[in-house]
Design a protein around this ligand. Structure first.
Ligand SMILES: Nc1ncnc2c1ncn2[C@@H]1O[C@H](COP(=O)(O)OP(=O)(O)OP(=O)(O)O)[C@@H](O)[C@H]1O
Ligand SMILES: [Mg+2]
Length: 286
């Protein structure tokens, strides 16, 4: 994993961000794997993303927080090219993915794994078929090679203890198990970047903690860059290296987790207080 070349800055609002020369955005950067600039997305009259800027740090857990309907899932889908913006750029290792044609985008997508908000497993396929799907779709690997990769992941994600797990269908799994199968499918093609959309929503506190640990372990063991959308402030605090808050179509604050959660901006304070966390803003003694 590359070392961070400079110390972490204080949390910053988008307008205060020092502009990066355009030429530098088109070169791979040792620290920032994804750099988003001026992203706009409308659906009919609804202006969801409004000139959004965001940098995603390589090898770290980057968390995006924000209220329901603010555009978090829409942003995530842009990162993998599942949605195209009206305007703006998304540089992945210096390559702007916005103008890519379908064939090039499909190639680029192999860098990514995505864990969808509602696991998005195929109901009529068993656990092995669900996890192996990306390999079957893309390569001509032997059945033995595929099974070896599937079993390695089942083990890494603590699913190998579940009796008959390989043959089970999604409806026969608990919510937490489904999330882990979804993660195994996202990992099977060994991605560099993992996107998680609300990995803990709807889970009880124990399952939430398990999923958090799984994200941490995956980040450390596989050295991937993680982008996690989360409502859950306790999780965010536990696992986040960097946190960015999406608010009214832009990133309101971004920076190291400990600093962002202490930012004085009212929407951040509201989010932190609603979660029942006691994180006083900077400059206010507890
Ligand atoms: N394909 C689409 N067509 C039209 N509108 C859409 C589409 N996808 C998202 N939207 C709208 O964009 C807005 C942002 O949606 P998004 O799913 O990104 O919210 P979110 O921040 O992920 O919310 P939640 O926390 O509830 O998941 C919503 O108002 C939604 O209705
Ligand atoms: Mg969402």
């Amino acid at each position: 994993m590359p070392a961070s070349p400079s110390p972490s800055p204080s949390p910053s609002s988008s307008p205060a961000r020092p502009p990066v020369p355009a030429a530098d955005l088109t070169k791979p950067d040792p620290r920032w794997q994804i750099r988003i600039r001026g992203l706009n997305k409308t659906f009919g009259p609804q202006h969801v993303l409004r000139g959004l800027d965001l940098d995603i740090e390589r090898g770290k857990i980057n968390i995006i927080i924000g209220g329901s309907g603010q555009g978090k899932s829409v942003l995530m889908k842009h990162l993998m090219g599942l949605l195209k913006p009206d305007s703006g750029n998304i540089y992945v290792d210096g390559l702007d993915i916005v103008p890519l044609a379908d064939v090039e985008m499909a190639k680029l997508r192999r860098k990514f794994g995505m864990v969808f908000q509602y696991a998005a497993l195929f109901d009529s396929q068993n656990v092995v078929e669900n996890i192996a799907f990306p390999l079957i779709e893309r390569y001509k690997l032997s059945r033995d090679e595929i099974m070896a990769r599937v079993r390695e992941l089942l083990k890494r994600l603590d699913l190998d203890h579940v009796d008959g797990i390989e043959q089970k269908f999604p409806a026969e799994l608990s919510g937490g198990q489904r999330k882990r199968v979804g993660l195994a499918r996202a990992l099977i093609d060994r991605p560099e970047i993992l996107l998680y959309d609300e990995p803990t929503t709807g889970l009880d506190p124990v399952a939430t903690k398990n999923v958090d640990e799984m994200i941490l372990r995956t980040s450390h063991d596989f050295g991937v860059t993680s982008v996690v959308i989360s409502h859950d402030m306790a999780s965010t605090f536990r696992i986040g290296d960097r946190v960015s808050m999406l608010y009214e179509g832009k990133i309101l604050v971004t920076g190291p987790a400990q600093d962002v959660l202490r930012a004085p901006d009212a929407p951040v304070r509201e989010f932190v207080e609603m979660a029942g966390l006691t994180v006083p803003p900077l400059g206010v003694s507890a």
